[in-house]
Write a protein that binds this ligand. Sequence first.
Ligand code: G
Ligand code: G
Ligand code: MN
Ligand code: NA
Length: 254
Amino acid sequence: VQLEHDLQMAITGNQFELHYQPQQRLDGRIVGVEGLIRWRHPERGLVTPGAFISVAEESELIVPIGHWVLRTACEQLAAWKGDPRCQQVQVSVNVSARQFRQHDFVARVVEVLRETGAPAHLLKLELTESLVLDDVDDTIAKMDQLKTKGVRFSVDDFGTGYSSLAYLTRLPLDQLKIDQSFVHNLGVKHTDDVIVQTIIGMARNLELDVIAEGVETAEQRDTLARYGCHYFQGYLLGRPMPLSEIEALLGNDL
Ligand code: G
Ligand code: G
Ligand code: MN
Ligand code: NA
């Protein structure tokens, strides 16, 4: 209850920050960033979402918080327009179930795109497998509407739920994001190598991009590349970092 109250204060008091983690292509280019929320707490310093997102999700607070994230990401996309270092970079944001199920979710995304002037094709919404599966018809309807605007979609934490090819083919998806739990044990736990290869094969057959998250070692990246995964995110390439740092990194990349 105290935390809920503090979160409410954080919303009105502008205490959130969006940090960005690079997403790299096989050739080394940074092609995207994932926006990850942080809370600049007046006493506790920088708080990571593990400590507050679940509480926000249990209340309605995740809705305004998620909307803030979306708006901030779109403002950044708009600010990067015309900047040769950043203008092609996609920004992914995580969308919570409660936020996605709001009846006006689509309208709010469209409104934020229009108000900020962000290029819709550079905005990628990350939906978890469980969110997608919870109400597939509503999910498809909303995704279809946003697809017509150019928005892209990734399935986050892929492989942790009960995905079937049947539902995957019904969704207007762009990307599968291999959950880091499988990446972590690559080369160590044979079954995880099999799962990762299977996901990459599925993605290929469905003509979807596939990105691996939680890539921490060059060995993991090389194994993923050998299996046919050409996009990577993880500490090997960079931790989530504040705006100034990601902009510097994007500048170096040019
Ligand atoms: O670094 P990391 O600690 O950022 O994130 C921990 C968890 O919090 C992850 O599961 C991540 O998806 C989630 N998370 C981070 N930022 C956001 C956000 O803006 N919205 C939602 N819904 N979840 C987020
Ligand atoms: O659930 P989601 O995939 O959105 O959350 C991404 C989470 O993974 C964030 O908490 C982010 O900080 C974390 N993360 C990103 N890269 C790595 C990594 O290489 N190793 C580990 N352990 N965590 C990572
Ligand atoms: Mn994510
Ligand atoms: Na994930």
